[in-house]
Design a protein around this ligand. Sequence first.
Ligand SMILES: Cc1cc2nc3c(=O)[nH]c(=O)nc-3n(C[C@H](O)[C@H](O)[C@H](O)COP(=O)(O)OP(=O)(O)OC[C@H]3O[C@@H](n4cnc5c(N)ncnc54)[C@H](O)[C@@H]3O)c2cc1C
Length: 435
Amino acid sequence: MDSASPIHIFWFRRDLRIADNVGLSEALKDGLPVLPIFIFDTDILSRLEDPYDRRVDFIHQAVAALKASFQKSGSSLKVFHGNPLAIFKDLIAEYRVEKVYWNRDYEPDALKRDQEIISLLENDQIKWKSFKDQVIFEGNEVLKSNGHPYTVYTPYAKRWRMKLDQEGLDFHQAKLENLLTFEDERYISLEELGFQKTDMEYSEPIIDLEQIQQYDKLRDYPAQDGSTKIGIHLRFGTISIRECVKVALENNATWLSELIWREFFMQILYHFPRVVHESFKREYDQISWRNNPAEFALWCAGETGYPLVDAGMRELNSTGFMHNRVRMLVASFLTKHLLIDWRWGEAYFASKLNDYELASNNGNWQWAAGCGCDAAPYFRIFNPSIQQQKFDKQAEYIHKWLDEKAYTTVSPMVEHGFARERAIATYKKGLTAAK
Ligand SMILES: Cc1cc2nc3c(=O)[nH]c(=O)nc-3n(C[C@H](O)[C@H](O)[C@H](O)COP(=O)(O)OP(=O)(O)OC[C@H]3O[C@@H](n4cnc5c(N)ncnc54)[C@H](O)[C@@H]3O)c2cc1C
């Protein structure tokens, strides 16, 4: 390859696929050969404390699959490990870069990183183009008629659907023949990145239509295989959201509503980035959390004495996944039964969940604690035993994650009736003080 010939760059981030990748297909239409790149960003990786991280392993395998696909087309994927700004400086020095393409990411850290790259490119008179890819509608596209963002889900979802009816879904095909031709066999190992091999096995996502058709009937029962586990694929873009929405429209309205919840929380984070640190409803930051570290440790370990709570935490600790119904229960238990700040639970989930997504995790934790937009009212306190009766009557899920001894001999760390009264009184006191 002649490094004096002009090229375009496509930068993969949270869009690790070729099919229906908006930015990639646009870059490949734009005349010049395209060099695809991926950066294992040291700024992100250095924040992960545990070297056994399934998400890093997942990305590592997904990037390997991408690289192999490009190699079949006579090209490859250049993979870097380092700080994106420094890597772009090197790329600009090495190639005659005309334009850099990427798909937009809306998280506060990503926006900051992208702004630094934009400044560097503009300084060097290099053009750049970013695209909407990871959502159907981004930040400002679904607003109330007065131009303000929605903070309640139902009207947001109604408007979102109307807009989708009007605009429809667009799919994008990549012209791989326009990739830059080059050879690059080398691929960095997980160990070189500072991580270990985990039990995560990446494979291209397949949407199971039968499962989706049953979704509304089975999704609430943790012992059933009723939800898709597509979250990690949506997080890292190994599946297209447009493909998911098409399937949802054709097969199950409840599943579609869940995909809209994802975008609802993303637009909340976009319009109210303060929620990363603060309660959406600020008055809830007046609550005097008990924040007992020993009680938090019991919750983390799944040793609360409430079998459904404990089974959920053990599922999370051993697999990186937890069923949604149980996520709601353990979050309510932490914030209301134990009166531990929702931010502690949010951070624990962030460290463990394979499908961890800042907007959804934050939004759902604030929902459970009562302090979020459109949240569960503070006096709605799940009774863990009733939840078990309703959703795991035969204790199938519980038996999967708890041994007989843990199930039968550990007594509840706090009595439900007492915890409920204490939570209501504490919330009331905090909210009254905030007035
Ligand atoms: C305390 C708490 C924390 C959570 N943290 C996360 C998180 O970090 N990342 C995450 O993707 N989801 C999170 N959720 C939402 C939900 O639990 C998961 O999306 C879902 O369990 C993932 O399973 P699935 O992939 O089988 O999804 P399915 O049930 O098959 O749903 C399909 C997709 O819809 C989206 N979705 C479903 N439910 C929700 C929801 N309530 N809010 C936002 N999006 C939703 C997800 O992208 C999900 O993958 C959290 C929920 C709670 C109560």
